[in-house]
Write a protein that binds this ligand. Structure first.
Ligand SMILES: *Cc1c(COP(=O)(O)O)cnc(C)c1O
Length: 395
């Protein structure tokens, strides 16, 4: 018989009833170290008192009012996001895919209003991940995810990251803009070279196209800057956020320059839940923590420490591990085995990680994790590697 939850996931047979900081507990009090943060989402860890108190207080006041009225919590969060980014204006929604839909709509609408209705095409990139709705699935472009869901949204093309020749060939009179992850997450923590981002910016400036960054995974402090693009001298025109933005409360957002945002007038876009008082209160609480003195410096420092620990693991277990990728606390450990096998061996050591594409195991802990906890996690990964090595030697 079919499970009551649709069979879309291969779930581990574990249920976590409680969390604290970088730890999750099962009902029988088995204690897991969380190097996955619910896929880079529990950004300030589990049961963070500032976040849980804020949510409880807001819940007692009002959860939801709809966007027919002003929402002070949303105004405050938008104001703060504008102050710390390239953007002039923010739209709140409820997930990453929805935020990327907003980017696609925003870019198309702005080109239309600029007198270029023929500019509808968004150029995306091989190995991208932008979500599971029909438009963002097309933008993702992975044939495995698209099988059985055709036809695709028209007007989306893919070129390889870093391929300048393909880039110049792909741009034509129908091009409206680009959508790219500055660090590709699901496909294995691939940092896009800054020179390539600069070239995208240059083409957009020359031809009046729009540059969209998907920072759903790499944004909100994950790399040790608030946004990953801030490690470069390239700014987007429009950017999506989700995952860590509200520490686990479902929320997404897209941020844009006025040149795009001014075209999203009443009736062009909307969301019932988007930016409601509860989600925005949570978003503000997360931002309080991310903006507290030295917090992001600490993410850089902890990330460096963890990266060193992972380098040591590679030296100790060269038949299992190959390379460390990524920045800050968005790290990938490239293995010589399928990442699901390494993830599973780590799970047996009570360590949670997230498999990604191209043989990469994602190490994306809550940003509040300590060096001691990173060391503990590396020890658990070493035990997992040792077991895998033993199995390989027996075969
Ligand atoms: C997770 C993710 C998405 C999709 O977010 P959902 O909230 O699952 O819709 C899109 N882009 C990137 C880069 C992501 O990591």
């Amino acid at each position: 018989m079919i499970s009551v939850l649709m069979p879309t996931y291969n779930r581990a047979n574990l249920a976590f009833m409680q969390g604290q900081g970088a730890w999750l507990f099962t009902e029988d009090k088995r204690r897991f170290l969380d190097f996955g943060a619910g896929i880079a989402t529990s950004s300030i860890g589990h049961n963070h008192p500032h976040l849980t108190n804020t949510i409880a207080e807001q819940a007692k006041l009002v959860l939801h009012v709809s966007n027919l009225y002003r929402i002070p919590q949303a105004e405050k969060l938008a104001q703060r996001l504008v102050e710390i980014s390239f953007a002039d204006s923010v739209f709140f929604c409820n997930s990453g895919a929805e935020a990327n839909e907003g980017i696609i709509k925003g870019i198309r609408r702005a080109q239309f209003q600029n007198g270029h209705p023929e500019r509808t095409d968004i150029i995306c990139f091989k190995n991208a991940f932008h979500g599971r709705t029909l438009a963002t699935l097309t933008a993702t472009g992975n044939p495995k995810y698209l099988e059985g869901f055709e036809p695709r949204l028209p007007g989306i093309k893919h070129i390889p990251v870093g391929d300048l020749e393909a880039l110049h060939k792909a741009v034509d009179e129908h091009t409206a803009g680009f959508l790219i992850e500055p660090i590709q997450g699901e496909s294995g923590i691939n940092v896009v070279p800054e020179v390539f981002l600069r070239e995208l910016r240059k083409i957009c400036d020359e031809k009046n196209l729009y540059l969209g960054f998907d920072e759903i995974q790499c944004g909100m402090g994950r790399t040790g800057k608030m946004f990953a693009y801030q490690w470069t001298d390239v700014e987007p025109d429009i950017m999506s956020l989700a995952k860590g933005i509200a520490g686990g409360v479902p929320m997404g957002a897209f941020l844009a320059k006025e040149s795009i945002a001014k075209h999203l007038t009443p009736g062009t876009h909307g969301s019932t839940f988007g930016g409601n008082p509860l989600a925005c209160a949570a978003g503000n609480a997360v931002l309080d923590i991310l903006l507290s003195p030295n917090f992001l410096d600490q993410v850089v420092q902890t990330g460096d420490y963890l990266r060193n620990e992972l380098q040591t693991l590679i030296a100790q277990y060269p038949t299992v591990f190959e390379e460390v990728k990524g920045m800050g606390l968005m790290l990938g450990l490239k293995g010589k085995l399928p990442p699901a096998e390494i993830q599973n061996a780590a799970l047996h050591q009570d360590l949670l990680t997230v498999a990604a594409g191209n043989n990469v195991l994602r190490i994306i802990p809550p940003l509040i994790i300590t060096e001691e906890e990173c060391h503990e996690g590396a020890n658990r990964l070493a035990k997992a590697a040792k077991q895998l090595q033993n199995i390989m030697e027996q075969n």
